[in-house]
Design a protein around this ligand. Sequence first.
Ligand code: AMP
Ligand code: TRP
Length: 346
Amino acid sequence: MTTQELVFSGVQPTGNLHLGNYLGAIVNFVKLQESHNCIYCVVDMHAITVWQDPADLTKATREVAAAFIAAGIDPREHIVFNQSQVSGHAELAWVFNCVARLGWLNRMTQFKEKAGKDRENASVGLYAYPNLMAADILVYRATHVPVGEDQKQHLELARDIAQKFNNDFSNEIRDNGFGAGQFFPQPEPLITGPATRVMSLRDGTKKMSKSDPSDYSRINLSDDADAIAQKIRKAKTDPEPLPGEEKGLESRPEADNLVGIYAALSGRSKADLLREFGGGQFSNFKANLVDLAVEKLGPVGAEMKRLTADPGYVDSVLIDGADRARVLADRTMNHVKDIVGFIRRR
Ligand code: AMP
Ligand code: TRP
């Protein structure tokens, strides 16, 4: 087996791509292109684990693809596609449904959060969601997965699934020419960058999220300069001036979040920023942050708009990416079928 490094990550097309997605995930996707082969997937099958209006799903799928391209991902050099076009994801997910244990899934905090109190009414797909995510990664035998902090637990589950599959089928894996227990790699999470957890602009203790009912809680990648400015000006703060050093941000979640966003967008450290803004009021800091955010996000939003105005182009990128992804996924699935003992055409 080749042990070449391969990057895979996914983003759900569930509307309102925001600054958290951008700083926590997409800027890292862009960077990794320089050093790795990368596969970036719009995970439409994950999206339907909660109800999606079909027309909105189509639109949001094109929007995420457009955001990838607008942010600087090169879909010719790397692979950009939507999940449902490559059947290997669903096929491997079924095998993993039979490898993962109920007890493992019962520990998943995202399911508990998303299902809420009415768990009986959550879809079976929402429960099995982490198995599909493991399949996304492992159907390419990807080794590195850039994600935000909130996906850490799902990545640990993917590693457990890979290991159990390798153990359960170690004889067959060897018979198929791989080292015993050496079929799936242990995918490594890459939770890096200065903003792995961007918080809501309305409440510094809650993460910035697509599903927050208040649009003022997040900066959307599609927001224009006016919207960005208004949201930053209205962002919650506390009455104290900014502290002079990082220690002073402890137990001041809103201040910490805004300084963190500034640091991530500017590439400067929090300590450096506090040397400049410490002791001052938020109004001056926010005015500077508005300029910076508009400068960095404005062009991405404008390019997204230009791309989504041409759905034919975006679809052609997704179709071409899927054709290339399918070749890789099918190769893994043929091995998986042989290992598990499924008869197939040769
Ligand atoms: P999702 O929109 O849930 O598909 O998330 C896409 C990517 O963005 C994942 O890697 C998440 O971990 C990341 N992400 C989502 N929200 C945030 C946030 N508030 N801060 C940092 N990363 C985030
Ligand atoms: N669960 C991820 C999220 O909500 C999206 C996702 C699906 C993903 N499949 C993946 C991320 C595979 C990384 C790798 O953010």
